[in-house]
Design a binder for this molecule. Structure first.
Ligand code: ADP
Length: 407
């Protein structure tokens, strides 16, 4: 039974989903978590997962409000509602308006709304979730935790594109970076687990899930990252292309009949591992197919590892020195193959794989996967974005509002 007012409800609202977790910040594992899917559809469902197991219930025609009501009913059934201290909301884009997490006020809502144009698929559903949660739980603090905030420490030389400066000034065209909560979490963990100096270290963190990005972290601050104005730039991802010559985009629009809608779908939904392999966006499936001799699957994994190693090498040059490369996310935490293919390409940086350790650290087990003499080292560290959101939320809820312009 949780102690009084010690629980944080973490919400992540997508366009047709609501992911949630109930965290006691003293513990890394959520007490309860789950996902409402296919919202707005007759097939919508919600699942609840705790230490006892997982159960799924239908939520026919349910929208975000119905999903949150189902979560709150579950909490009431466990007599946990009174123990809720605050709600933490994951928000994708905060542009230059947020340099850290922020207690939600009408001004903060307006600031998130002002970023809608930069993240049309992500910010509007987050705002739906925030508004519904504020209406249902008006008496406890709500906090916004932004994916971009961690990267606001980048210098102009790292975040500017070489296009006319008017585009930056008038349209906010610059690199923002994403997955900030995950990069921040694993960077903090790396310092603790590898015994690094918190005020003097250099890391490249690679978050490899369906979306993927890598970040250079100097002394706890992001100094460079692979994603840009949107989460499309950088690494090869499940269905996103990552880097592509803008000239190729123009060429296809001129000669192959793509308009902006078609190009958006091509680069975001039909590319990446899926486009290369002509088989699947799922790394696990590609590994199995490659092992069975599928040439496309093998090629897709090679391009993925090549691009990743090239980015890690490049990002290292944004650091004062490199202590460790950190792998996280579904692929980073679970794929010894991708890690081995990547580390093999990092030999010029001095990394040498410990094959046995690389096979051992999977399914949430953290550890160093390079040989004892290898400097820098490579490590696997399982991410925990929900806990990080809960920790920020608890801190801000406890501290109360700060009357500053920059959040
Ligand atoms: P999301 O970005 O949606 O949160 P995840 O972080 O869960 O995604 O990562 C999903 C990716 O992790 C998928 O490509 C999946 O195939 C991959 N993955 C999960 N387990 C394994 C595994 N055992 N081996 C290889 N890849 C894995």
């Amino acid at each position: 039974m949780p102690p009084d007012a010690s629980l944080i409800l973490v919400l992540n609202s997508g366009s047709s989903s609501l992911k949630f977790a109930v965290q006691d910040t003293a513990q890394r594992t959520p007490l309860l978590s789950g996902l409402a899917e296919r919202l707005g559809n007759t097939q919508s469902t919600i699942n609840f997962k705790d230490a006892q197991g997982k159960r799924t219930e239908p939520l026919p025609g349910g929208d975000h409000a119905a999903a949150l009501d189902a979560v709150l009913a579950e909490l009431a059934g466990r007599s946990w509602l009174g123990a809720l201290a605050a709600v933490g909301h994951r928000v994708v884009h905060g542009a230059e308006r947020f340099t850290s997490s922020a207690l939600i006020t009408p001004t903060v809502i307006a600031d998130i709304e002002a970023c809608n144009e930069l993240a049309p698929l992500h910010n509007p559903p987050a705002l739906v979730g925030i508004r519904i949660a504020l209406a249902r739980l008006p008496d406890i603090p709500h906090v916004a935790v932004l994916d971009t905030a961690f990267h606001q420490t980048m210098a102009p030389e790292a975040y500017l594109y070489a296009v006319p400066m008017a585009l930056y000034r008038e349209h906010g065209v610059r690199r923002y970076g994403f997955h900030g909560t995950s990069h921040r979490f694993v960077a903090l963990e790396a310092v603790a687990q590898l015994g690094l100096d918190s005020a003097d270290h250099g890391l490249v963190t690679a978050h490899l899930g369906n979306g993927a990005s890598a970040t250079a972290v100097q002394d706890g601050r992001s100094v460079d990252t692979s994603m840009g104005l949107t989460p499309l730039e950088g690494l090869v991802m499940g269905t996103r292309s990552g880097d592509i010559d803008a000239g190729a985009v123009l060429h296809l629009m001129r000669t192959a009949g793509y308009d902006t809608v078609g190009m958006d779908a091509l680069l975001n939904k039909q590319s990446g591992l899926l486009g290369l392999s002509e088989l699947s966006n799922d790394c696990r499936e590609l590994e199995a197919a490659a092992a069975a001799g599928h040439a496309g699957a093998k090629l897709a994994l090679e391009v993925f590892a090549h691009r990743l190693a090239r980015y890690i090498g490049g990002l290292a040059m944004s650091l004062r020195r490199l202590d460790a490369v950190v792998f996280t996310g579904g692929i980073g935490e679970n794929s010894p193959l991708v890690r081995a293919m990547t580390v093999a390409r990092l030999r010029p940086l001095g990394l040498v794989l410990d094959e046995a350790a690389n096979e051992r650290f999977i399914r949430g087990a953290d550890g160093v996967i390079t040989t004892a003499g290898s400097t820098p080292c490579a490590a696997v560290i399982a991410t925990n974005e929900e806990w990080m959101i809960a920790r920020d939320t608890a801190e801000l809820a406890h501290r109360g509002p700060t009357p500053s312009k920059a959040h």
